[in-house]
Design a protein around this ligand. Structure first.
Ligand code: FE2
Length: 292
C-alpha cells in the first residue's frame, strides 16, 4: 500500500503542486496496465481472507477498482452485499430504486432505460441523478451469465481522468471542481430539480476524489455558463480520446467488479432469446466508499 491519502493529502488541491506532482508520478507508475493486473482471485467472496482483502485494497488504492472471482460462493445479490460488508460498504440506494433495477438484464424495465437493454452505453459514472451532496461512491457488479456475444465494459479510474485534465487544462478542472455544473432533469416533464445538482469533481470529507459524469443528456441539465461549457468540452474530448489507461474486459460468469464508481462504458451485446439464458449481472451501489 502507498497510503497516498495520508502521504499526499493535498493532491486534489489545485493550489498545491507539490503533493500533486509526487502523487501523480507514483499513481501513473503504479496504475495497472491491463485487465490481468486488475484481477484478484477469491476462494469465497462471502468469506475473504486477510491476504485477499489486502490485495483488493492495494488495487483499489492504485486504480479505484479490481476484478474478482467469486470462488465457491453462490452468484447472487446476497453474495455481492456480503462482499460489500467485508470491504466496509453497506449503505445502498436500493430503497430508492425499482425493485429489479439492480438486476442488469434485457428486461426493458423503467421505460427501456439503457442499462436494461442490449445497447451500447457511453462513458459515465453511475447515478449522476443524485447530485453531489449525497452521491454514489461505490459500484459493485457480479456476473451470473454473460451475453452470447459482446457486453464488455471499458473502465477508467476517475483519478486518472483528474490527472489527464489537470495536466492539460487545470483551469477547466477548477471550474468542474467549484461550479454547479449540471442538475437533474426529469426526462418526462423536463422539470429541473435544483436540489439535485452539483460539481463534476470534488473531494469527500475524508479527502478522496468523487466524480460524476455522463454523456447521457436526457436526465441532465448542464449549466449554460460559458466557463462550464468550455470545461465540459475539454472533459468530453478527453473521454472520447480514450487514453491508454482505459482497460476493457468482459465479466464472465463468476467474475465481478469492485469499484469506487469509476468511469465505465458497456459495449453493445447480443443476447439469448431464451429469458432464462439472458445476460444477468447483479449490481449494488453504495453511498459509502471502499477506503484504502
Ligand atoms: Fe453504469
Amino acid at each position: 500500500m502507498h497510503h497516498w491519502n495520508t502521504q499526499y493529502p493535498n493532491r486534489f488541491n489545485l493550489d498545491s503542486t507539490d503533493d500533486y506532482q509526487k502523487w501523480r508520478d507514483e499513481k501513473l507508475a503504479a496504475y495497472p496496465g491491463n485487465l490481468g493486473d486488475l484481477v484478484v482471485e477469491l476462494g469465497d467472496m462471502t468469506a475473504i481472507t486477510d491476504a485477499e482483502k489486502a490485495r483488493i485494497m492495494d488495487l483499489v488504492e492504485r486504480a479505484n477498482m479490481c476484478v474478482y472471482t467469486a470462488g465457491k460462493a453462490e452468484l447472487s445479490m446476497d453474495s455481492l452485499l456480503s462482499l460489500g460488508k467485508q470491504l466496509g460498504v453497506s449503505d445502498t440506494d436500493k430503497s430508492r430504486r425499482h425493485a429489479n433495477s439492480d438486476e442488469l438484464t434485457n428486461s426493458g424495465i423503467l421505460n427501456r432505460a439503457i442499462p436494461f437493454t442490449t445497447r451500447h452505453v457511453r462513458w459515465h459514472t453511475d447515478a449522476t441523478y443524485y447530485g453531489s451532496d449525497k452521491t454514489i461512491q461505490a459500484l459493485f457488479l457480479l456476473c451470473q451469465r454473460p451475453a452470447i456475444e459482446g457486453g464488455s465494459n471499458k473502465v477508467l479510474d476517475h483519478e486518472i481522468m483528474y490527472i489527464l485534465l489537470r495536466d492539460k487544462n487545470p483551469e477547466a478542472l477548477r471550474v468542474l471542481m467549484s461550479k454547479d455544473c449540471f442538475k437533474y432533469k426529469n426526462p418526462k416533464t423536463g422539470e429541473i430539480d435544483d436540489h439535485l445538482g452539483g460539481k463534476v469533481f470534488w473531494t469527500n470529507p475524508d479527502g478522496y476524489l468523487c466524480h460524476r459524469f455522463s454523456f447521457r443528456k436526457m436526465d441532465m441539465a448542464w449549466s449554460e455558463d460559458s466557463d462550464v461549457r468550455a470545461a465540459r468540452d475539454e472533459l468530453e474530448s478527453l473521454m472520447l480520446n480514450e487514453s491508454g489507461h482505459v482497460i476493457e474486459g468482459r465479466l464472465e460468469s463468476g467474475l465481478g467488479l469492485v469499484s469506487n464508481n469509476v468511469l465505465h462504458t458497456r459495449e453493445k451485446l447480443m443476447d439469448s432469446e431464451d429469458p432464462s439464458n439472458k445476460r444477468l449481472l447483479f449490481r449494488t451501489r453504495f453511498y459509502d466508499r471502499v477506503n484504502c
